[in-house]
Write a protein that binds this ligand. Sequence first.
Ligand code: TPP
Ligand code: MG
Length: 697
Amino acid sequence: MAVSDQAVVNKTSKQIENLSINTIRTLSIDAVQKANSGHPGAPMGLAPVAYCLWQQFLRYDPADPVWPNRDRFVLSNGHASMLLYSMLYLSGVKAVANESEVLPQAALTLEDLKQFRQLDSKTPGHPEYRITSGVETTTGPLGQGIGNSVGMAIASNWLAAQYNRPGFEIFGYNVYAICGDGDMMEGVGSEAASLAGHLRLPNLCWIYDANSVTLDGPADWSFSEDVATRFRGYGWNTTHVGDANDLDALATAFKYFLDTHDRPTLIVVNSHIGYGSPHKQDTSAAHGEPLGEEEVKLAKKFYGWPEDAKFLVPDGVLEHFQDGIGRRGHELSRKWHDLFASYSQQFPELADQINRMQRRELPNAWDHNLPTFPADPKGVATRDSSGKVLNVVAQNIPWLVGGAADLQTSNKTALKFDGAGEFEAGSYAGRNFHFGVREHAMAAALNGMALSRLRAFGGTFFNFTDYMRPSMRLAAIMELPTIYVLTHDSIGLGEDGPTHQPIEQLAGLRAMPGMIVMRPGDANEVVEAWRVILQLKHEPVSLVLTRQALPTHDRSKYAAASGVAKGAYVLADAKGKPDVILIGTGSELSLCVAAYEQLTAEAIGVRVVSMPSTELFDKQDDAYKHSVLPPEVKARVSVEAAATFGWERYAGLEGAILGMTTFGASAPIKDLMKKFGFTTDHVVQAAKQVLAQANKK
Ligand SMILES: Cc1ncc(C[n+]2csc(CCOP(=O)(O)OP(=O)(O)O)c2C)c(N)n1
Ligand SMILES: [Mg+2]
């Protein structure tokens, strides 16, 4: 069937279906060709899958893309981004501002598709949550999207269990994720699938594009397992569609998912990379590249398209999507908004919570009852004070939820108050989550939960952020306020030794744009750290905490801990202008304080700067920064039991940087601190040295 003005008149439903699917394909081909970069093959193969899902099943209103109970669509194989952009354009999805305000204009225009992969366009190479309305999560690093989808499915079940009332099914959305061979090979995908199967999440559907190829060549060069059998082992429901072009078989598979109420569903779809037809396979191994002008023409000919037409959307196609997902989705969302209006009358407090959550706002009394810790030379581990604070604020903020990767007891992340409960398979109201020994899937799921507007935290040993860093990085790219509670923060953890002792993790996370790292120095700094964290709307936070007890400083003698909000503050000061500045974070702050006392007794003018967060300090104006670290005072010592990398910025080139330049060791903490130089004597000695040098000049 050739596309011409005549041909679009009186189209049969089969014809308009084909025309619409081929429009998705040709838009993707044209955008990739124009950009001269990108992957046309996967969108071409998957066009019918996306078409069938969106037109018939996805409960999504293009006119209200922030409808809280919308089904979520995740494109985990983010390299197929043009598939998603084509769907957003053709469905007429509206633009959104500030995550919650729907705008009159379209999320994407045809012009935006023509700007695929260009600077400042709304169609970047991989789908980006913050850039394109309708993109539910940023994908590209394979495995992350399906990991996020587990968090979204968790959130849907949690929200339903918390907020639904008889006759008021406010929540209960489904989550559909399309993924490819790469997603199936990545470890995070397996962790996430195992977790989802264990939790028996009935609202989660993955559609696996089993197209037998990856970038380098045939998938069977590197991948030969029986994926469906593996998933059945995880406790999933599995089904198979032999040809991605078979819309009836796809619909049957989606219905099978919707009829399954006790576990997640994997639909294995055999698609054909390239033209999308089993009879016309693109044999080029390099399918992650534009087709080239000649091949584009051949493909268009194959689809019955005018060979020279670019970005052609034949008459009737936009209307067809309006009649499908547009009309169906709008009716669903309208009904929901009516329901929510009467829910708001009957349950105003619950409705208020839901509304605040959508805007990432906090309840009015969110900081009610925050503890203060009395001065105590023996003190308390910051993981312990954090656990106490968390248990207070979680009672004030009903949607603050989370757990740990099997280290809840160590991380002190358990919510222990009455009614907190456990989130378990089939029983989804609990606020304590058990992610198991799956750090990466935990972090990916936390992002999905945060995208669903829950305030989500997850704990593990600080060292094991290495196992979840790709998801933490995506939280930063997406500007999600995900909270990581990271205990056992240095060699101070002791006997577990160098495999468990973080060294370069602080420097690494500080180097990550957007990530806020906080390493509070005593119990009251922990309180203030949580106060800062909970007010963040757009930044992920790594809260880095000790296993060992730290002295609680006497705040009647030293400055108030509220200085934490500025990232660094003067904790203790010289009478006049300081001769030397000691900068400490976390457990090393108390060494600086002890050194301060000793040096002050020797009539040396010392200032102690507590610097729990370099990122927050960097955001302050110069006047404040100079008031904390006067540029003329060059005699400085920084003390942190971690890699020295980066400390020149605060210690200065003439300062001394006490830190770690090797891995740690397995021994009792006392011996480790001595061996690696984290003693008061060493700090005193370093201070005298930098002072002597400065005086020489
Ligand atoms: C973590 C990660 N590693 C590598 C890549 C680079 N990459 C992009 S697509 C791709 C091939 C993936 O094959 P498959 O998932 O089967 O997708 P298909 O080529 O079939 O669309 C690779 C390796 C990536 N995006 N993410
Ligand atoms: Mg593949």
